[in-house]
Design a protein around this ligand. Structure first.
Ligand SMILES: Nc1ncnc2c1ncn2[C@@H]1O[C@H](COP(=O)(O)OP(=O)(O)OP(=O)(O)O)[C@@H](O)[C@H]1O
Ligand SMILES: [Mg+2]
Length: 370
């Protein structure tokens, strides 16, 4: 799949721009603070309905205006799509082929996006929530069912927590927990099963990527990291039983604390390189390689699940990667994945022997150069 055109109106520091993209490689070159990341953000928004760097929609609107409009033309193997996002005042409206979506999250699944930016180092060394988000976004883009289940599960956790607090304060009887326990375990197990399935595949891909990136020196092991005693071989029934008995055992503690202490909302992915936990003890270089290996395996995983490669956004990554890793990255995407690369100059990108377009950005104004 690829984005063939993009129209931006009053988005961030852009007033009006119409761009046509290369199905292969698009190089976005400009000094700092000119609008390179803003452009990737617009593309990301057309894929996911949200920004990758803010939850505050109003920040996306040009400071001198009251709303923005984005339109993209998406070319997929079987069909083309017109994607539109319009923000006016506080309301955001999303359309696919002129039809207004009921829920903004229904946009997921048309334009699949993977973004890699310097902040992705946090994927490895940041809190478990970063790695959960990685899995959640990945799975939500390919399985609407996962996204809905996760949403329901989060809702159940919230309500169950409220009830735990009420029981603690003697405002509700303990028996009321039963129905919430049941839902927690049912929905939570569904989420875990999907994550385990995905990890079984990602695991193999990521190990291969890490080996290639390090000439065989580093071996990466991914594992689902949960308080529950489960792994990729556990059956759905086994997970359910384990989950149920865990919350039974922790009953007293959970009531005392007023929170649900176990389940997919607390789980993590463990990342071990040559027997060392890279999340905590990896060198900066190892953490960088691991983040890259995860992202590249995400690409292959999506391809295997949906039959097409997603669109790849690489924000400023060449300043963070050494030559070897940059070259490997470029080799991997070569002529098969539509990629947008931002950089302040063309230096390291010059030797690209790939079909590409170059855009120069200055103060929110884009010029295509040949
Ligand atoms: N809502 C907005 N309205 C107008 N201008 C904005 C808005 N939000 C951000 N900007 C401006 O956009 C510019 C930042 O753009 P962007 O983050 O895309 O820079 P960049 O080209 O990626 O720079 P760098 O190389 O430093 O990452 C800043 O000058 C910022 O002031
Ligand atoms: Mg930037």
């Amino acid at each position: 799949m690829y984005l063939s055109q993009l129209f931006l109106n009053n988005f961030r520091n852009y007033s009006e721009e119409y761009l046509q993209f290369n199905p292969n490689l698009n190089l976005i070159i400009g000094d700092n603070a000119q609008g390179k990341t803003n452009l990737l953000e617009a593309i990301y928004l057309l894929g996911t309905g949200n920004s990758h760097r803010t939850n505050v929609n109003s920040e996306l609107v040009n400071w001198e205006e009251n709303g923005f409009y984005l339109k993209g033309e998406l070319i997929k193997e079987t069909q083309n799509y017109k994607l539109e996002i319009k923000m006016q005042g506080r309301s955001k409206e999303i359309r696919v082929n002129n039809n207004k979506l009921e829920k903004n999250s229904d946009l997921l699944g048309y334009l699949n996006i993977i973004i890699f930016s310097p902040e992705d180092l946090e994927l490895v060394k940041g809190s478990p929530s970063r790695r959960r988000k990685f899995l959640n976004l990945e799975l939500s883009q390919i399985q609407p069912y996962y996204k809905h289940t996760l949403k329901e599960y989060d809702q159940v956790v919230k309500q169950r927590n409220q009830l735990l607090k009420k029981i603690r304060d003697a405002n509700a009887p303990q028996e009321m927990l039963e129905v919430w326990d049941q839902q927690l375990v049912d929905l939570g197990t569904k989420v875990i099963v999907k994550r385990l399935e995905a990890l079984e595949k990602l695991k193999v891909l990521a190990r291969l990527m890490q080996r290639k990136l390090t000439n065989g020196a580093e071996s990466l092991k991914l594992q689902y990291d949960s308080k529950l005693n489960i792994d990729g071989d556990s059956s759905k029934e086994e997970i359910k039983t384990e989950f149920s008995s865990y919350i039974q055992r922790k009953r007293k503690k959970e009531i005392e604390r007023g929170v649900t202490t176990v389940g997919p909302h607390r789980d993590d992915i463990s990342l071990v390189v040559n027997d060392v936990d890279v999340r905590k003890y990896g060198s900066q270089g190892q953490q960088r390689t691991t983040a890259l290996a995860l992202k590249l395996s995400e690409l292959e995983f999506m391809k295997s699940e949906i039959g097409e490669y997603p669109v790849l956004l690489l924000d400023d990554v060449f300043s963070e990667l050494d030559n070897k890793r940059s070259n490997y990255l470029l080799e991997t995407i070569k002529n098969k994945i539509q990629t947008f690369i931002t950089n302040t100059n063309l230096k390291r990108l010059k030797e690209l022997r790939q079909n590409h377009n170059i855009y120069r950005i200055k103060k929110g104004s884009v010029t295509e150069v040949n």
